[in-house]
Design a protein around this ligand. Structure first.
Ligand code: GAR
Length: 202
């Protein structure tokens, strides 16, 4: 049983998708969310965790003297819960070297574009502004860059002529909720290896 930590900053719909797929979907019997960690005390994701009796922790970066100290506190909690895989789910901070050193290859992220197109923030708007006709969602391992790590699964989403940021984001989010649990399942079943930039099936 793969022990997960989910790192969040807000709404937590991807966290919910993970919880739901553990309760009755592709992750049933494969994984367990041990702890949800937020950098924001008012993140709705924390309520979702509590509803499912999942432990929570909140660390506000501004209360620490620097990023390293902040991340060391997170690592303490991850170790306490014997976490195997850290899932970033709408965690709106760049992961620093301390966390990466401990969890490279054991930390994944969901991003609402087809990487390497549109890394960073407000990417659904960026895709619309650029005029792409296809965008999507990506689950990838986290490395030292911003949304640059080896790609595990992607799902393409067509952009429709009448799309707004809201309608496009909602259609991408549906795909996020499908591919994030699928990616976690591949890891739970120990099916993946990272070879340079590529993630290959064993
Ligand atoms: C999701 O669309 C996720 O892909 C995105 O934030 C949203 C969080 O929603 N993450 C990023 O943009 C990270 N760069 P959620 O809190 O409902 O899961």
């Amino acid at each position: 049983m793969l022990k997960l930590a989910v790192l969040v900053s807000g709404r937590g719909s991807n966290l919910q998708a993970i919880i739901d797929s553990i309760e009755s979907g592709v992750l049933k019997g494969k994984a367990k969310v041990e702890v949800v960690i937020s950098n924001k005390p008012d993140a709705y994701a924390l309520e979702r965790a509590k509803k499912h009796n999942i432990a929570t922790a909140v660390f506000e970066p501004k209360k620490f003297k620097d990023k390293n100290t902040y991340e060391l506190e997170i690592i303490k909690v991850l170790k306490e819960h014997k976490v195997d895989l850290v899932c970033l789910a709408g965690y709106m901070r760049i992961v620093g070297p301390v966390l990466l050193e401990h969890y490279f290859g054991k930390m994944i992220n969901i991003h609402p574009s087809l990487l390497p197109s549109f890394p960073g923030l407000d990417v659904q708007k960026a895709a619309l502004d650029h005029g792409v006709t296809i965008t999507g969602a990506t689950v990838h391992y986290v490395d030292e860059g911003c949304d640059t790590g080896p790609i595990i699964i992607q799902s393409a989403v067509p952009v429709k002529e009448k799309d707004t940021v809201a309608t496009l984001s909602a259609r991408i989010l549906e795909q996020e909720h499908v591919i994030y649990p699928q990616a976690i399942r591949l890891i739970a079943e120990d099916k993946l290896i990272i070879e340079g930039r590529r993630v290959v099936l064993k």
